[in-house]
Design a protein around this ligand. Sequence first.
Ligand SMILES: Cc1cc2nc3c(=O)[nH]c(=O)nc-3n(C[C@H](O)[C@H](O)[C@H](O)COP(=O)(O)OP(=O)(O)OC[C@H]3O[C@@H](n4cnc5c(N)ncnc54)[C@H](O)[C@@H]3O)c2cc1C
Length: 646
Amino acid sequence: MSGFPDAAISSLTKGLNAVVEKLNAGGANGLAAALKPTTRTLLSSAVLLVFLRLYLKKRQKKSKYVTNLSKVGKQVQAGQVSAQALPEYDVIIVGGGTSGCALAARLSEDPNIRVLLLESGGSGRVLPDSRTPASYTRLYAKPEHVHNYFTEPQTSADGKKKFWPRARMLGGCSSINAQMAQYGAPGDFDEWAAISGDDSWSWKIFAQYFRKFENYQPHPGYPLVDKSVKGTQGPVHVGYYNSVSGWCNYFIESCVAAGIPFTHDFNGPQGTNGAGRIIATNATGTRVIIDETPGEQRRAVGVEFANTENGPRFQARAKKDVIISAGAVQSPHILLLSGIGPADHLKSKCVKVVEDLPGVGANLVDHPIVDMYFKQSGVVADFSFLRPGSIGGILKLFGALGQYYLLGRGGPLAMNWGESAAFIRTDDPALFPPSEFPEKLIDSTSAKDSPDIEYFCTSTAYKDHGRIFFEGIHTFAIHAYLLRPTSRGQIRLNSSNPFAHPSVNPKTFHLLAISTTHEDVAKLVRSVRLGLRITQQEPVRSHLDQTCTRPDLDHQLHLKSDKEIEALVRERVETVYHPTSTCRMAPLEQGGVVDNKLRVYGVQGLRVCDASVFPSIISGHTAGACFAVAEKLADDIKAEYAAARR
Ligand SMILES: Cc1cc2nc3c(=O)[nH]c(=O)nc-3n(C[C@H](O)[C@H](O)[C@H](O)COP(=O)(O)OP(=O)(O)OC[C@H]3O[C@@H](n4cnc5c(N)ncnc54)[C@H](O)[C@@H]3O)c2cc1C
């Protein structure tokens, strides 16, 4: 099977051999205690590998992706512009991720538009961990599939460098995400319309693009979802999984008991409270080629790309548009590498300034998250077999694989680490009575009925992005994250080498140039208090060990002062992987990078289409809006090109 390097297979084999040796030495009973977490991980990888090797082998078709870049571009000297004719396309898209794939697919429905899609990673289809909801986090450790970015030290969050994974494969972060299909609140998009000055981004008009990518799958357990407001013809299947762990429903019932109203549908109108499409993989876009003919406006005319850092450079020409869809970290990175960004910064990195555009890489916003950990009383859910420590565990994993892959995508492996969620406002007096919470916090929401905190639960607690579990006990976790932070960070170049990681600085709890922000921490402290209150409501209450006093678990957290909880928030805060707005759609004078048609200011024939163009971060999960933005741009471009042909 491709996609698994020999080194990985050999380390898995070593892991298996170690297990067999232990079996021979101590018998199956001694094994569970003897296995180290690394061995468990290796063992589960081996089981997944063996199973999916058999399963995927049957289904794998010949790859339709180009990996020999000389088939789509012309080899050139790095940084030079070829004197000879380059292979030509109407549109070149850099980044085959969530938005990039959707855009390429829709544009190439028009036989008049020839599209080249460049993706720096490979295909995720052959990666078991990308295809199995319960195991996507294991991809974080694989730099060939995930960029293992770390932020600059976060001075307002314990000075730590935080892990910031970004996918490097076709499908982008949608190939490694939790598949939580909540799209934000209607007010978020009305805010986009107000910022961009274009009503076509408002919810009443833009909502059609969510319906366009959706293929809603009704579920008998949720008969009250209004199907008339759902898309049924789109390529993305959206619907309710079978609930996998008991915690899913327990959490919802306890939220309702804590005063949070129930909703059947987070995405309803009522809100949340060419012909020749070519895909080249392993093709990293290194810069946009810009024609700077004196007396004429600068124009993007093509893209330079390469397989590897030291490999040959290739170029291809775009007759109409170059579209950067590399995500909120790499899209500004590519623009900066191409000389488009704040002039002072570009000069400091010895990059020739093509367009002084201060907004590029500025306005980085993300959703900061804080986790709360608890011990189960009894066993509501046990996912420890995902990293089996006994023969029984291995058999359970095989059974779960069969259930998921052979019996209709069900069973425990359908668990996506975020089965149920709740959205609230930190100024809701029913949840935070002013007598107990007198401080008036700034309203940073997009509308009076938009939320600013989301909770979700997981049936197992973990730390460090799933690398650390609480071994030997059954756990449960509630996660609270801030949907509308006031913090603003930035993406900058570390060097002019396109293969060097950019500098990622979300400036958590820190307003760019205005010092620290109290609001974000204060709202998260409030959300921890309500999270703890949810654990005291039935049925969650009875299923947690209320007598537990372990210092690394949070059963006693309610006894702490706000100051102590604030310290915990600063220590635990992490990304929930939703960075946006680094190439914002906004007026130029308000730090905008693209206009309402996603065209980069000052450079013709260049657009950006992904989470980086969000004028403001949405109050929820970001993948849906990335698809919808791509759907809208595809319609706009098709209409534009058709009008030009007439
Ligand atoms: C772990 C994780 C969990 C998440 N969970 C959810 C969830 O449950 N629900 C939800 O709605 N959202 C979730 N998200 C967020 C969501 O997936 C992202 O916001 C969304 O996928 C971003 O889409 P994009 O098009 O902006 O970028 P991406 O999908 O990241 O696509 C960018 C693509 O560009 C490629 N690329 C980058 N640089 C270059 C280059 N120089 N040349 C060529 N190609 C390049 C990358 O390899 C990648 O394929 C999650 C994200 C992560 C990381």
